[in-house]
Design a protein around this ligand. Sequence first.
Ligand code: ATP
Ligand code: MG
Ligand code: FE
Length: 332
Amino acid sequence: INILAIESSCDETSASVISDGKVLNNIIATQSVHEKYGGVVPELASRAHQQHLIPVVTEAMNSSGLSKKDLSAVAFTKGPGLMGSLMVGVSFAKSFAYALGIPLIEVNHMQAHILAHFIEEPKPQFPFICLTVSGGHTQLVLVKDFLDMEIIGETTDDAVGEAFDKTAKLLGLPYPGGPLIDKYAKEGNPHAFAFPVSDMPGLDFSFSGIKTAVLYFLRDKIKEHPDFIQDNLPDICASVQYTLVKMLLQKLKKAAKFHRIKEIAIAGGVSANSGLREALQLESEKSGWELYVPKFEYCTDNAAMIAMAAHYKFLKGEFSGLDVVPEARMRF
Ligand code: ATP
Ligand code: MG
Ligand code: FE
């Protein structure tokens, strides 16, 4: 089984070829046009996907050593994501599959983020709990099988990646600011400033409060001391990061306890965060968790995870018709 997979949900154009469940490559073109706007501009993202898609697919096909006639199926991200961006990938996948006379496989992007754990060893055992933390989502997922997942908790407002990026913006850092907060936090004191820890009922999260708290905190401090940000950047970053990580850990611990599961995985771009990784490591030792963290390349948006999900769907014979359309707010 050889599958070509396409990812185009946000601002990464990516293609990957998977052969009998083994990922052969993962070609990614990152869009830099958005940097100067402080966030992803949907219209510009669609145009960039249109530009990058064919070169990215060509590179993936060439480096796989396979020819088009060796392909068994074409897979694509159906959603969730930006409608215009998804449309570019879906239209391409449809025409490619139609021209080659092979089936189409639709993939849910959030399910794929979790299946990224099956690209390489070590692989988690079912059932496991995955904390998916990305730019658009914050979810606790009970993973019962490759294609059998249940959301047991999620954010009721902003995603944690958004909280990182919006804080960074308030601090005058460029987009995406998450990695920069992480970098400055390493030199700061996480207890220098205290921010409120939200506590939602059950396993849900809320990250909009901290954004507002940081906004007012900075406004008041700057009144007294105009250079407050410049003089305290590492301490501010460390304190905000500490609070965000604490909120994530609090719910993950609750979920693990409630479901009596010790197989714990993380997925999504924020799983690159070193504060989160350290806290997870500590908690794993304390609670006897088996912790799974994918390679960074497979944490942020990539087509290898789409290919992995498509492989399992192929085995189950789950194909889509040519009338399939993207779904911006797709659920599991
Ligand atoms: P979604 O998958 O929900 O549609 P997305 O695909 O845009 O969203 P990802 O690419 O998985 O999200 O992750 C991007 C997010 O990860 C950004 O918010 C970015 O700031 C954040 N991020 C990346 N590295 C770090 C880090 N080291 N610390 C904190 N945040 C980080
Ligand atoms: Mg991205
Ligand atoms: Fe993503």
